[in-house]
Design a protein around this ligand. Structure first.
Ligand SMILES: Cc1ncc(COP(=O)(O)O)c(C=O)c1O
Length: 381
């Protein structure tokens, strides 16, 4: 029996040929393909600018620096997120302050975030967890009222929509990931979308060592240009090989999202009457790309989450635990937790991610559903 992976990147011949062409063109690092990829993402997200970088972690780091977040500042974020969310705040020299999530959506709870605001709060880093859009308008309103900046960790959210608009243009900056676990991939990679030209300029400077003139400009110049290094920058460049793959992935994005939504709907229907598994809760004003499909065990489930994962693994079905808690990791030990994270703790412990990717066959999904039903029957008998 073939095993069913948790996910699989949807890459094909188009991406392979595009990478080949980039390699053979002689321009392999940040160059014309990066510019083309940036245009494609900005157009899709409806933003004026997109700035590609080497990862979403890099995108978050530079976005925070662009908002002048630094030592002495606090940034509110969920603990229940991939650790890169909180780490990026530390990379900027600031302090992550963890606030609790909504137990149904796993997204930062706006009330909990507001309760965590102090005179040192510079920003709220809103995460669209596993691609499900958070309540951005409420955060924007809190930001205006309390004088804090709002930016989005949209690592998983390319292709999702909030109130009929794509994720990407709602706050000052949104940061996406193109890691292979995401809906589309460039191998590794990230991007910041923004409508603010000043921010875009700053991000471009920071991603390339603070260099005053990009390589592409020097390359095309008819006169010698001697560049200057205007600020302490980083090497966070995306390569043109990655961007060439990204351009092809962007063309496929609508079809990939549609297939994911179709598979998710099949899971929703199949699990609607499951005795102790709850399908995801989707708020009315969002469209979900289903970067991951998370189910939650009820409190009276007759099996533990880890035993269920083990049972599925023995049937050749890969799952993953639900979203991690950053504050319980050794690198965060000893930090003061001023706010309770009860919902995060419960939701993280009782959730798991089921296999879902656009090239998953219906038959594979039926095997997953059948296994979940058979565990339920075994537990009842
Ligand atoms: C919510 C969240 N933020 C940030 C990241 C980091 O993305 P990258 O691996 O591109 O740095 C991830 C990756 O899984 C993520 O899920």
């Amino acid at each position: 029996m073939q095993s069913i992976p948790i996910t699989r990147p949807d890459l094909g011949t188009e991406e392979a040929l595009a990478a080949q062409q980039a390699i053979l063109s002689g321009w392999v690092t940040q160059g014309p393909k990066v510019a083309e990829f940036e245009r494609a993402v900005a157009d899709y997200c409806g933003t004026a600018h997109a700035v590609a970088v080497s990862s979403c972690t890099a995108a978050l780091h530079l976005s925070l620096l662009t908002l002048d977040v630094g030592p002495g500042d606090e940034v509110i974020c969920p603990s229940m997120s991939f650790i890169a969310t909180a780490n990026a705040i530390r990379h900027a020299g600031a302090t992550p302050v963890f606030a609790d999530v909504n137990p149904q959506t796993y997204n930062l709870d706006p009330d909990a975030a507001e309760a965590a605001v102090t005179p040192r709060t510079k920003a709220i880093l809103v995460v669209h967890q596993i691609g499900l859009p958070a309540e951005i308008d409420r955060f924007l309103e809190i930001g205006r009222r309390r004088g804090v900046r709002i930016l989005e960790d949209a690592a998983c959210a390319i292709g999702s929509r909030y109130k009929d608009r794509p994720i990407g243009g709602h706050s000052e900056m949104a940061c996406f990931s193109f890691h292979p676990r995401k809906v589309i991939t460039t191998g590794e990679g990230g991007i910041v979308t923004t409508n603010n030209a000043r921010y875009a300029e700053r991000l471009r400077l920071l991603r390339q060592h603070g260099m005053s003139v990009p390589d592409t400009v020097r390359h095309n110049a008819r006169q010698v240009i001697i560049e200057e290094y205007l600020c302490l920058g980083y090497n966070y460049r995306m390569t043109d090989i990655q961007a060439a793959v990204g351009v092809e992935q962007m063309k496929k994005l609508p079809a990939i999202v549609a297939r994911r939504q179709q598979l998710a709907e099949r899971y929703n229907q199949a699990l609607a009457d499951h005795p102790w598994l709850r399908p995801p809760h989707i708020p009315a004003d969002v469209e979900f790309n289903y970067q991951s499909y998370a189910v939650q065990l009820t409190t009276d489930a007759p099996i533990s989450r880890n035993d269920l994962m083990q049972h599925l693994l023995e049937s050749g079905i890969a799952t993953r635990r639900g979203i991690m808690l950053s504050h319980t990791e050794p690198t965060y030990s000893g930090r003061i937790l001023p706010h309770d994270l009860n919902h995060s703790t419960e939701a993280s412990a009782r959730s798991l991610l089921l296999p879902l990717h656009a090239s998953m066959a219906n038959e594979q999904q039926e095997r997953v559903i059948e296994s979940l039903r058979s565990v339920a029957c075994e537990q009842l008998s």
